[in-house]
Design a protein around this ligand. Structure first.
Ligand SMILES: [Fe+2]
Length: 389
């Protein structure tokens, strides 16, 4: 605990000046709170949002640094789990980040706002002055901390209005986290439903059972091999899951036909990208998968369908899914032929680089470790044979 401080006696003019300064500060703080609320309502990336919030706090309060740190628990949204956002100038940044993680990990259920003082807590020692620590809560549990230190005033002591301001911001972050968690939950539910739907479509033909899941896995791995970030790779994975959703509109007799397709039957199959696009167009959470769904049968040389796009005019997502799709089709048994040997499949992919496939995506594909794919394929093939027996 900090010892009580004696307030100096002030004259009328000084009091008036102090009152005006506090009023001005209050106005700025209130305005900043609104700005922070707006920030939390519109930016799309949680880490970016939290960073902007910390920067905004620093603009209005005289702290040298402001940090938000989140626990590694499962109830913290994946984008923020175990993350530290530190803005401003901190003397020993790495040590401070580690101390922030420790402070967050040691949190108990009923934490409240604390002022930490040098000699009493390592965060204050590292910061060289008082540090204010505000819990961020979600579902009555502490999920993180909003922390500020190195106050740029003569005595460096933290005042009550600053604590109230930080309290309000920590509340906002808690609400923001709650919304983000609900969004993640809703998205997982929607994707679960779509996964079930695509699995049902794949199951129409025992030979394509598990196809969408395997294409999704490969598409994600190719995206990562191309240097795309995890979030984009996840979006491409989802597009892989739903890429053939339009097959729901193609008659089973055509989809499962063991022999050669007539021109009319082939024309019916070729409609599935557009059917899939129409189905998913209204699903807001899956909007990002539309390019992959519509264009995964385009070819790099422009001879594909439905729009005969060529080169980089084909969305990258679709170019990636195109290779994953063809690779899986050749690697798994079909009603009209057994699975092709791996060397033959790889040779075919390389042969079609520049004609059917984007050479850059082929290069990335060649770097992918296929162990996980092979595991899933053999498990699904065994399941399909058991079901057929
Ligand atoms: Fe397809």
């Amino acid at each position: 605990m900090r010892p009580p401080r004696e307030e100096p006696t002030l004259g009328r003019d000084e009091l008036l000046e102090l009152f005006s300064a506090r009023l001005m500060q209050s106005y700025e703080e209130t305005y900043s709170l609104f700005r922070i609320l707006r920030l939390l309502a519109c930016a799309p990336d949680p880490m970016q949002q939290i960073r902007l919030v910390c920067t905004n706090v620093q603009q209005v309060l005289p702290f040298g640094w402001v940090a938000a740190v989140f626990r590694s628990d499962v109830n913290v949204v994946p984008q923020l789990r175990g993350k530290v956002v530190l803005t401003g100038e901190a003397a020993q940044q790495n040590e401070l980040e580690m101390a922030l993680r420790r402070a967050c990990a040691s949190l108990r259920g009923n934490e409240w706002t604390k002022v930490l003082i040098p000699g009493g807590h390592e965060l204050a020692d590292l910061s060289g002055g008082e540090v204010v620590c505000d819990p961020i809560t979600f579902d009555d549990q502490v999920v993180g901390l909003l922390v500020a230190g190195s106050k740029r005033t003569e005595n460096g002591e933290i005042a009550s209005p600053e604590m109230q301001f930080l309290d309000a911001v920590a509340e906002f972050i808690g609400t923001f986290h709650e919304n983000a968690a609900r969004f993640v939950e809703q998205r997982a539910m929607s994707i679960g439903t779509i996964e079930a739907l695509t699995a049902a479509i794949d199951a129409k033909d025992p030979y394509t059972c598990g196809h969408s899941e395997r294409v999704a896995l490969l598409a994600r791995q190719i995206a990562l091999a191309m240097g795309l970030d995890e979030a984009e790779a996840d979006r491409i994975r989802t597009a892989g899951i739903v890429h053939d959703v339009g097959k729901i509109g193609v008659p089973e007799s055509v989809l499962c036909k063991p022999g050669k397709l007539t021109d009319q039957e082939f024309a019916a199959i070729k409609l599935h990208p557009e059917i899939g696009h129409r189905i998913l167009r209204g699903v807001v959470l899956l909007e990002h998968t539309l390019p992959g769904v519509l264009h995964h049968h385009e070819r790099f040389d422009g001879k594909g369908y439905p729009h005969r796009l060529s080169g980089e005019a084909i969305p990258l997502q679709a170019r990636i899914i195109g290779i994953a799709d063809t690779f899986d089709a050749m690697s798994s048994s079909r009603s009209y032929r057994p699975a092709l040997p791996r060397e033959k499949v790889m040779a075919e992919i390389v042969r079609c680089s520049g004609s059917q496939f984007d050479p850059k995506v082929v290069q990335a594909f060649l770097k992918v470790d296929l162990a996980e794919y092979d595991q899933i394929l053999s498990r699904q093939t065994a399941q399909a044979s058991r079901a057929a027996a």
